[in-house]
Write a protein that binds this ligand. Structure first.
Ligand code: NDP
Length: 240
């Protein structure tokens, strides 16, 4: 098939599982990372998937990076906006830097990357975009006004761009993961994590591969009628 897929934050955590699943399904994958070059190198050696260093919060780097990927692999058919960070703190202690870093990396990145691929998708009447939101963008979370605002913004962004892409064969969907066993969640203090897991009906953290399955479903060529939707994959945590 040979469709070209770009996965931001694609060299570790949830993104790594998405990159590998797409490769195994026959896609030509480019995995984007931010700063962890050692992890990216190990990822490429292990998987054979090329890694590209692009700061997704920087519009120019996204434009240049997508141009390089296009030159190397071909025009981008599938974009998975997965890169994300946390800079937690209650609002009364949060600095403007904590706020801005999360908004830039988690939300403006979607604009930066989508803007860099959209002309080519429109010209070819085909595109699949998946934005990784979060249960905390749907429900909020103590100590995360920055993260919840950015992820909530992703869900609105997704529905708006889905309307623009619909007549051009471009679908835009979001996945809202619950708590998944990655570095991001392992950074949560154990006593807090215990309380979080106690609230997950299936009784455990999710696996990155369980998010990757959702991505494969949404980006399939046959998925043209699924657009503007949010797929919640969270162990039954947010059923109300
Ligand atoms: P990780 O912390 O394990 O990985 C984050 C990835 O994002 C890394 O590959 C990192 O690159 C990349 N990244 C961070 N900043 C930038 C940047 N400025 N430019 C390019 N890449 C960047 O995160 P997870 O795998 O846990 O999370 C992936 C996504 O899923 C995030 O958007 C997160 O918010 C979301 N999510 C995660 C949940 C979870 O429970 N884990 C729950 C709900 C949502 P590098 O390796 O170079 O640092």
């Amino acid at each position: 098939m040979g469709r070209v897929a770009v996965v931001t934050g694609g060299t570790r955590g949830i993104g790594e599982a998405i990159s590998v699943a797409l490769k195994n399904a026959g896609y030509k994958v480019a995995a984007v990372y931010g700063g962890d070059a050692a992890k990216a190198k190990a990822f490429t050696e292990k998987t054979g998937i090329p890694a590209y260093q692009i700061d997704v919060s920087n519009f120019k780097q996204c434009q240049d990076g997508v141009a390089k990927i296009t030159a190397d692999l071909g025009p981008v058919d599938v974009l998975v906006n997965n890169a994300g960070i946390t800079r937690d703190g209650t609002l009364h202690k949060m600095t403007p830097e904590q706020w801005q870093a999360v908004i830039d990396t988690n939300l403006s990145s979607c604009f930066n990357m989508c803007r860099s691929v959209i002309d080519s998708m429109r010209a070819r009447d085909f595109g699949r975009i998946v934005n990784i939101g979060s249960i905390n963008g749907q429900a909020g979370q103590y100590g995360q006004v920055n993260y919840a605002a950015a992820k909530s913004g992703i869900h609105g962004f997704t529905k708006a761009l889905a309307q623009e892409g619909a007549a051009k064969g471009i679908t835009v969907n979001a996945i809202a993961p619950g708590y998944i066993d990655t570095d991001m969640v392992r950074a949560v203090p154990p006593q807090v994590l215990e309380k979080i897991v106690a609230k997950i009906p299936v009784g455990r953290l999710g696996q990155a591969s369980e998010i990757a399955r959702g991505v494969l479903f949404l980006v399939a060529d046959e998925g043209g009628f699924v657009t503007g939707s949010t797929l919640s994959i969270n162990g039954g945590q947010h059923m109300y």
